[in-house]
Design a protein around this ligand. Structure first.
Ligand code: VGL
Ligand code: ZN
Length: 198
């Protein structure tokens, strides 16, 4: 068994002071650094949007952040501008240990499709390549931590479980956005897909 730790989107814009701050997002960094030693491989994901990304409310006149709209691929929450490529907000939290990372996977670069999951964009078909990377290295087991529990962590964990990986989400090292019950929905959906929640 080869077990990878996947650290989801531990970036400044998702931490207090950032443009899409998740409450307590910075509190999990030290614990995640410590956890890295327990794994064969460490992978970091990085939300990485062009400035005119279509998930940003600013790209939709008349809409405000956190409105729901329908994109060609289905419902989409509109977000404040966040994790714009090359900005300080898109950088990893300054205390996150990047030295152990075997792979840094960037996602969300396609202007027209959001990408919560580390495996597939929100059209649910465009692959990021992470599945092939993991299989190529014989990785069968994944533990996921990071931000946000109810969006990028949940989507990534569910996709991984569907693809046949054994998936654990360590919820003590995650924090949620929690829009209209989205955390409770995510917990239910992850459990339904066979994701183990710690
Ligand atoms: C995320 C909303 C928009 C996340 C990324 O990392 O959970 N959420 N982009
Ligand atoms: Zn994003």
């Amino acid at each position: 068994m080869t077990h990878a730790l996947i650290v989801i989107d531990l970036q400044n814009d998702f931490c207090p002071g950032g443009s899409l701050a998740v409450t307590g997002g910075d509190q999990i960094v030290t614990g995640i650094n410590r956890l890295m030693d327990d794994f064969d491989s460490v992978i970091l994901t990085q939300d990485w949007h062009p400035a005119d990304h279509r998930s940003f409310a600013a790209a939709h006149p008349g809409h405000a952040p956190f409105d729901m709209i329908t994109m060609t691929y289905g419902p989409q929450v509109l977000w404040p501008e966040h994790c714009v490529q090359g900005t300080a907000g898109a950088a990893f939290h300054g205390d996150l240990d990047q030295t152990r990372a075997d792979l840094i996977l960037r996602k969300g670069s396609n202007r027209d499709i959001d990408s919560y999951s580390a495996f597939f964009e929100n059209d649910r078909t465009t692959a990021t390549g992470l599945e092939g990377y993991l299989r190529g290295r014989g990785i069968s087991d994944l533990t996921m931590v990071g931000l946000a529990t109810d969006f990028c962590v949940s989507y990534s964990a569910q996709d991984a479980a569907r693809l046949g990986f054994r998936v654990t989400v360590d919820t003590a090292l995650c924090r949620a956005i929690d829009l209209d019950g989205s955390l409770q929905d995510a917990v239910q959906q992850m459990t339904g897909q066979g994701v183990r929640l710690l």
